[in-house]
Design a protein around this ligand. Structure first.
Ligand code: 5GP
Ligand code: ZN
Length: 141
C-alpha cells in the first residue's frame, strides 16, 4: 500500500510525532486531535479495517493499547480515555489503514457521546440477536 498515509508514516516517508514503536505496531499523534494527547495506534502491516484485520495482530494491538493508555492518561493529566475505532465510511472511517484512537478525556472537555441511549423495541432487539447468532454460527464456528 504505497500511497496509504499511515503506511508512509510507518515507513517514515511522511512525518509524524511518533510516541511508541516496535516491530509490529506504531503509535503517533493525530494531526486533528479531538483533545490534547489524541494518539493513533496502528499495525505496521496494512489492513483496511476490522473486516480484514489479522487476529494475532489485533490481539497484540490491544495488548499495546493496555500499556499505552495509562501512560497517555498520566502524561495528559486526563481523567479518562476513549478507545475508538471506525470501520468503513458509514462508520466514520476516513483513513483506510486500521487504527485505534486513544483519546484522553476530562470532565467538561465538550466531547459528546455519538448516540443518545434510548430503550429499544424488545422485539427488534430479539430479532437482531437471532440474525447475529445465525451469522456467528455460520462464520465463526
Ligand atoms: P478515522 O476517521 O479513519 O477513524 O481516523 C483517521 C484519523 O487520522 C483522523 O483523526 C485524522 O485526523 C488522522 N489523520 C489523517 N491524516 C493524518 C496524517 O497525515 N497524520 C496523522 N498523524 N494523522 C492523520
Ligand atoms: Zn496502510
Amino acid at each position: 500500500m504505497t500511497d496509504c498515509i499511515f503506511c508512509r508514516i510507518v515507513r517514515k516517508e511522511a512525518p509524524a510525532e511518533i510516541v511508541y514503536e516496535d516491530d509490529k505496531v506504531m503509535a503517533f499523534m493525530d494531526i486533528n486531535p479531538a483533545n490534547p494527547g489524541h494518539t493513533l495506534l496502528v499495525p505496521k502491516a496494512h489492513f483496511r479495517n476490522i473486516f480484514d484485520l489479522d487476529e494475532e495482530v489485533a490481539a497484540y494491538l490491544m495488548k499495546v493499547a493496555v500499556r499505552l493508555a495509562p501512560a497517555i492518561k498520566e502524561a495528559m493529566g486526563a481523567e479518562g480515555l476513549n478507545i475508538l475505532n471506525a470501520n468503513e465510511p458509514a462508520a466514520f472511517q476516513s483513513v483506510f489503514h486500521f487504527h485505534l484512537h486513544l483519546i484522553p478525556r476530562t470532565f467538561g472537555d465538550g466531547i459528546r457521546p455519538p448516540w443518545i441511549p434510548r430503550p429499544g423495541d424488545p422485539n427488534q432487539i430479539k430479532a437482531a440477536a437471532e440474525r447475529i447468532r445465525k451469522a456467528i454460527e455460520r462464520r465463526v464456528r
